[in-house]
Design a protein around this ligand. Sequence first.
Ligand code: PEP
Ligand code: MG
Length: 841
Amino acid sequence: KIITLKDLCLVTKTAPMASDVHGGRAKCLQRLIRLDMPVPTTVALSFDAVRSIAAGQGVESSQILRYFGPGPLLSVRPSSMDPDWGGPGAILNIGMNDAKHAELVELIGEEAATLTYMTHIQTFAVDIARLDAEEFHIPDRPGTDSLRAMLAAYESEMDEEFPQDVGAQLASVLRSMARAWEGTTARLLRQAKGAPADAGLGLVVQEMALPMGPGVSGSGVMQFIDSATGTRKINGRFVPQVSHSAGLRDQAGALYLTRDPRGPSLEDQAPEAFRQLIAFGALGRDRLREEMEIKFILEDGRLAILDAVRAQRSSRADVRVAVDLALSGVISQDEAVMRVKPTALSELLHRQIASDAERDFLANGIAASPGAASGRLVFTASEAQASAARSEPCILIRRETTPEDIRGMHASVAVVTLRGGITSHAAVIGRGMGLPCIVGAADIDIDERKRQITVPDGRTLNAGDMITVDGTKGQLLAGTPKMHEAALDDAFQTLLAWADEARDIGIRANADTPADAQTARNFAAQGIGLCRTEHMFFHGERVDLMREMIFAETPTGRASVLERLLPLQRSDFTELFRIMQGQPVCIRLFDPPLHEFLPAGKSGKRELAELLDVPLAQVISRVEDLSEYNPMLGMRGVRLGITVPEIYEMQARAIFEATVAIGEEGDAVVPEIMIPLVSAMREVELVQSRVDAVAAAVRAETGVDFTYRLGVMVETPRAALRAEDIAQHAAFLSFGTNDLTQMTYGLSRDDAGKFMSDYVNQRVYEEDPFHTLDLDGVGELLKLGAERGRQGRPDVTLSICGEHGGHTNAIAFCRAQGFDYVSCSPFRVPVARLAAAQLAL
Ligand code: PEP
Ligand code: MG
């Protein structure tokens, strides 16, 4: 292949550089040159040139060397399209040889010169010639003897002398780096970061500026923001050459950058270079529109800029930098919104384990609710409550959680379950509460009697031991690693306000309790899209009342218990309406199978018998009556509403009375009532006529007029198929994609966790469909359901409210289908607001 000028290019202000031909580093260096920064002579090799070098065709070194003066020292650095894709490490001091060594001895002294030469031989031997590192060890005090010995070692291993010719060294370095890029591991690593299979590597050959000389000399990096917070602050380091010549190879001699009472600083020792660096930082920010980290050399007081890259930073700093750049007019608001990854926001909403913290790993599970927390290990809800009463943070571990564990979850700082998937009870509740949670941690052995767990490496932990849950990564850790606090600062709020200006789909929250609703409100959700009312019955005296109702033999018996539940529900709804201040609140009528409220164990049944003052045998037989082979497909949702209508009537009455009460406080609300698990139009018709009757009764009793909207939760395939006639009776359709996924796949949402990783690893499914909405199958039903729903009622309101609601792919899909809003767990709301804005921009 003939190497053209384009393939091999001296980087100048006008050279034709492009990041998809020469890579990002070359392109960036050109920008620095255009800004008149003192960048040493740089030559860029294109992806094609590097490919042909890897294939053994090669560029003549002389073609490159003609751009440099005689006897140069060179560096070669990788330049791929995206710096995240990695690449071979930089190789420095190419051209170092006996003659250069002699020159350096004059300049910086024997020991420092020898150290520089030996370091180069070592790198060349190990990284380029791939010789055994053991043979190329540098002693603490390198001298002529050790240098000779190293050169001899090279010669005996390679059967030739260490190359003295810069061209020969350069050719070997280029070949080695070009081939390293083609290696299988490197290829897999970059593909995992999103690089295409044919991603190319460019190489940048640069004249070395030497951090050596009688004046201030050394090498450094400088950036202008605090990497953790993003606030403006000069930091970095500068290592003067004097510390090299003293034989110190660490950074013991580093200077402070800015004036500092603790010791000498670059600002004092080289004020002109310092001033220039500050000016270059500002220039980079204005013209490259990014906070840069500048890599520089001082050679006898003269500044050389080797490189400038985007400053590394935390997610929190990322938000602040984007907002600050927009506020100072460097980028637009929209660009600031586009620059922050939505997933990075969820890191800011929760405490996280610090990135540099040590992790004492115990076990893996499914990352079900993000954030991290440390606490003492407890095994039951009552232990958790006792611990909370002592103000001792605790972490609840269960095989799986049941409604009875809700109190324990409230008392814990994190939850771990051995069973269950991403839509299991613990996962849903955990996300709603913002509680870090791992589910499906099947590798943990639990012995409830001994109050002990055993993890895969054989370690045993007892109740009371300190552990940490990383719900973001799905890891259980021992001890208490260092954490970063959540950071809902002004920059975060500003960015989201800008996102809302751009967004064109509504975002509501799934919220069951006043605390959830407050979180939803704080995160500016546009209402509640799903209030799962059964979650209101899972705690305190309410479980007992529910149990009493379930045991009531007659409608009148049932009615009397429901009468006691009514005021409790009414105050729940009043509170939700009050917090949401006139925003829509969509209340789903009771959904789960009744037996979920009954105790599972013997002792629980005995307690219940005591509470109800009935024989134990009666409790046992009632529990048996209610047990089902397949409760998820049994007597739940609207089926309960049809067969035990008193429950829905009580709930409807509570909703309407709360509506009247709130109206009297001045906040008019139009409640939305949603019927779960519908599969036939007649179900809706029946519930509608009963709810209408309750509304009429409440209007008559109170003398207050109000309206409400009745809607249907589409979560069975049949409801999607029959959406046209269902919509005749429904003002809105909300797709419950958890159950819809379960029923479309015929895949139990509570059991799928056990084999899901096998399925995903073998690519049966691309992703866990309970986590990432399956656009091909479930999506098809959504599309069809939406179309048919609109045929039945052109102005029907459409939304989704399953756990998928806050994910970018689901939001994109819902936008494309013209849905009105998505609803997701409260802590996901900010992420969804940003993701939706980015889709609209
Ligand atoms: C659903 O099925 O998608 C849903 C939101 O309801 P739940 O998770 O309570 O079954
Ligand atoms: Mg459901």
